[in-house]
Design a protein around this ligand. Structure first.
Ligand SMILES: [Zn+2]
Ligand SMILES: [Zn+2]
Length: 356
């Protein structure tokens, strides 16, 4: 029987459970996994930093192929016909379509996220997460067909990492300056997105030089190694690269609260800090709020995305030439899922990958 990775306790181990395949419900699809990513959120869950019950089905970042289509599902969200074997991506979440936020066109801020179809591996269709051999969609998860010329390695991070930064940076305009705090999977994707959006400077900050080398290949115009230097020195460099005034945008993808006050210090007047990385709960930071008031600076939380971001992301991957396949250097086999998590948890790779 096909397998699904379950976190048995915070910190591991992860065990492979077996479940039977079922016929997909009308309007849904049974998908066969081709490649899955291990993202920062997976690591937060793995470490017990999110209040999720164990055993927990791991993974949400993936590219799949259609194994079986439920009744009535004949096309993807852009009208392209679908058949068994087609590669597809889908959002890992779904929204209610009926709450105030959804009705106002902000479905990414849905007040009833995943409502009505809460799923657990304990009940059919069992395959409710990406670190396994199959994944079943719900009726509220649109599919987007993957163009043939894109490699699995490039597409696997789309439905989380790449879509998240595409959506976070959606208001960046030609000539803006962007600082990215953290050159992990999100930060590297973000550099490519910001550069493609026409940012005049894309300044990436990290403490690991190997990560900054990768960022330089993904559109970063300046890299700052913050290892061993003070926040004041980093701020000085940011100002040097932004005409002495600071950046229009700061994207926080380190996932550590105390870099947020640093980020506010990198902003120009009217600038916005995009807070994406801190998905772990219960941790805090200190900030003098007058630093926001003087200069009309903002902090904007960003989570999830409009599903159409996946179509934008596929187009972005097709039409830009960043070496995306480099971000997924050596996938682990699903049977080595514990080694894959250990490697990703140690920060040895920009992003862990699993293949069934
Ligand atoms: Zn809603
Ligand atoms: Zn993720």
């Amino acid at each position: 029987m096909p397998k699904l990775a379950l976190l048995t306790a915070y910190g591991g181990p992860i065990e492979l459970a077996e479940f039977p395949l079922t016929t997909p419900a009308p309007g849904t699809a049974a998908l066969k996994l081709r490649m899955a990513g291990i993202c920062g959120s997976d690591l937060h869950i793995f470490r017990g930093e999110l209040p999720l019950p164990c055993p927990f089905a791991m993974g949400h970042e993936m590219v799949c192929e259609i194994a079986e289509l439920g009744d009535g599902l004949t096309t993807d969200a852009t009208g392209q016909p679908l058949k068994v074997g087609d590669r597809v991506v889908t959002p890992y979440f779904w929204t209610c379509g009926q709450c105030h936020a959804c009705a106002r066109g902000r479905s990414y801020a849905c007040q009833n996220l995943m409502a009505g179809e809460f799923r657990t591996q304990a009940r059919p269709p069992h395959f409710v997460a990406a670190h396994g051999e199959y994944y079943y969609t719900t009726r509220r998860q649109p599919l987007y067909k993957v163009p043939e010329d894109l490699a699995d390695e490039a597409v696997a991070p789309l439905n989380c990492a790449l879509a998240q930064v595409l959506f976070a940076l959606r208001d960046v305009r030609l000539g803006d300056t962007v600082v990215i705090q953290g050159a992990g999977g999100l930060g590297i994707n973000a550099a490519a997105v910001a550069r493609t959006a026409g940012a005049a400077e894309v300044i990436v900050i990290d403490k690991i030089s190997e990560r900054l080398d990768v960022a330089a290949d993904f559109g970063a115009t300046r890299c700052i190694n913050a290892d061993g230097i003070s926040t004041a020195q980093v701020t000085e460099q940011v100002h040097k690269y932004t005409g002495g005034i600071g950046a229009d945008w700061v994207l926080e993808v380190v996932g550590v609260p105390n870099v947020i006050p640093d980020g506010v210090g990198f902003l120009n007047n009217g600038g916005t800090l995009l807070e994406v990385g801190n998905v772990g709960m219960g941790r805090t930071f200190e900030l003098d709020p007058s630093r926001l008031v003087y200069g009309n600076k903002s902090v904007r939380g960003v989570m999830l995305y409009d599903p159409v971001t996946l179509a934008i992301g596929l187009s972005f991957l097709q039409r830009t030439s960043f070496p995306f396949t480099r971000l997924m250097p050596k996938p682990f086999h699903l049977t080595d899922v514990n080694a894959a998590f250990a490697s990703a948890d140690a920060g040895l790779v920009p992003r862990g990958a699993l293949v069934p």
